[in-house]
Design a protein around this ligand. Structure first.
Ligand code: BG6
Length: 486
């Protein structure tokens, strides 16, 4: 049944049409993020016919490059990190839209050449004066970027995408917001958390709110606990300077893990509309209690202090496991166990909703062993899918109980369809001006409040062996339960 407020097929299709003509400016055009994610995502959107019909992509950064150098950088980036075909003709047409402006953000008028370039592109490529800025620059540069844009009257009704970290604590997050608000209205600011663009994260909402089956049991009455593990096998990959100021709590917990947690725990929004959804996210974050330091285990992998740009006496955590509580009618008393870290055994992100035991063991009387509880596992990456573990009768004589899984593999279920990259989803949505999957300032502030006790206390991490699941204390934190991702 389609309710009057439900999106009509044409609304949905509208999102799959190319955005309006616009010029896309990438500040920080030679950086890692631009090469690994943004340029390949833009090229892929182009191949899908989802870039604006008239577009220009301008790279802006300090390095001296010609337009052709930038095109080459983009080509190499798409070859190395892209997931799509490199077709000569298609590439040439895309590359014709790429240009480069060299400059910094320091003195007044620094962006004047960019402004002139954009005006030129409006005439040459028909971008109609619409601006889409992507600030792929370190957080301490945001202030300068906004100031310079303002000076040149370049904010107007432009959209600005900014990358996490949104501050490094509550106070600095507020300061950052004050800076952004000088030049931009909240409706123009797109705070990106790429986890919200992952298909399986978005699927959590569909699973919960488009199926009658799960929502009735999605609460304290039926759920024993929830685990969310986001593990990486890589270390800090030469990002010592960044990581020394960040650590796992700021880099992963306060951002990606909390956002996935809000999707797992929010109330059903009134409609799948930006403000309805973002309001529910803020509501559930407000119900989260500030994390108690005794409910946290921090770790640091052995060898971390020998990485480049890392203080040999560093106490920055590369691993965190914590117990989070949500004080509302749905979740009171249900523990949420979150775990993340670098140099763990493998790259995996999974959420497990573990249900309570059956109220009465009918099969005990015939000597059946204790049956494990049901659990629903959401595989965010890799092998994206959903698995429901249930107890069944093992084929054969007599009654013998066993556990089996109803397993859905997204790739296979949809005929080997490749999943769309998070940045592709999010760039497309931002170019359309759709803020649904972008983070509201209130959510940023509340997440900082929740982790504030940990940041204030400066807890010291326990060492762990690279390739292990972190310090042994993490097992004690969840006991008598056990981590399901292994
Ligand atoms: C980034 C963090 O936001 O997310 C990195 O800064 C981390 O430290 C990365 O490696 C993980 O993202 P993904 O998509 O590879 O799981």
């Amino acid at each position: 049944m389609v309710t009057p407020s439900a999106p009509t097929p044409s609304d949905v299709a509208a999102k799959l049409t190319p955005p309006e003509p616009q010029a896309i400016v990438v500040f920080g055009a030679t950086g890692d993020l631009t090469r690994r994610k943004l340029l390949p995502a833009l090229y892929h959107l182009y191949l899908e016919g989802l870039l604006p019909p008239r577009f220009a992509i301008v790279g802006y950064s300090r390095r001296e490059l010609s337009d052709d150098d930038f095109r080459k950088l983009a080509h190499d980036a798409c070859m190395e990190f892209g997931r799509c075909r490199m077709d000569r003709q298609e590439w040439d047409a895309f590359a014709a839209g790429l240009s480069y402006v060299q400059g910094d953000y320091m003195g007044a008028g620094a962006l004047a050449p960019l402004r002139t370039k954009l005006e030129e592109l409006d005439r040459e490529r028909g971008t109609e004066g619409r601006r889409f800025y992507y600030a792929a620059v370190p957080p301490d540069t945001f202030d300068h970027v906004v100031t310079r844009l303002e000076e040149e009257s370049m904010t107007g009704d432009a959209r600005l995408v900014i990358e996490k970290p949104f501050g490094s604590d509550l106070e600095s997050a507020r300061e950052l917001n004050a800076i952004l608000s000088r030049g931009f209205d909240e409706s123009q600011i797109f705070r990106i958390d790429h986890y919200l663009g992952k298909e399986t994260v978005q699927n959590i909402l569909v699973l919960r709110f488009a199926n009658a089956l799960f929502e009735p049991v999605w609460n304290r009455r039926y759920v024993d606990h929830v685990e969310l593990t986001v593990a990486e096998d890589i270390g800090i990959e030469g990002r010592g300077r960044f990581y020394e100021r960040t650590g796992a709590i700021r880099d992963m917990v306060q951002t990606h893990l909390f956002h996935v947690l809000t999707f797992l725990t929010m109330e059903p929004p009134v409609a799948f509309e930006p403000e309805d959804l973002r309001t529910e996210i803020v509501k559930v974050l407000r119900s989260m209690r500030p994390v108690r330091p005794e409910a946290v285990v921090l770790g640091q992998y052995e060898g971390y202090t020998e990485e480049s740009d890392v203080d040999p006496a560093s106490t920055v955590e590369t691993f965190a496991a914590l117990r989070v509580e949500i004080e509302n009618w749905r979740w009171a008393g249900v523990p949420f166990f979150l775990r993340t870290g670098k140099r763990l055994p493998r790259r995996v992100a999974e959420a497990h909703v573990v249900f309570r035991d059956v109220p009465h063991e009918v099969f005990e009387s015939i000597g059946a062993p204790e049956i494990p509880p049901n659990s629903l596992s959401l595989r965010i990456q890799p092998d994206e899918g959903i698995s429901l573990s249930i107890t069944v009768q093992r084929p054969g004589f007599g009654i013998e109980l066993d556990v089996a899984a109803l397993d859905l593999d997204f790739g296979q279920a949809f005929g080997g369809l490749e999943l769309v990259e998070a940045y592709e989803h999010l760039l497309l949505e931002a170019m359309h001006g759709d803020q649904t999957m972008f983070v509201r300032q209130e959510a940023v502030e509340r997440s900082w409040e929740v982790v504030e006790p940990l940041i204030d206390q400066q807890l010291s991490p326990s060492p762990y062996r690279p390739g292990s699941w972190g310090p042994a204390e993490a097992d004690a934190l969840i006991a008598p339960r056990r981590w399901m991702t292994t």
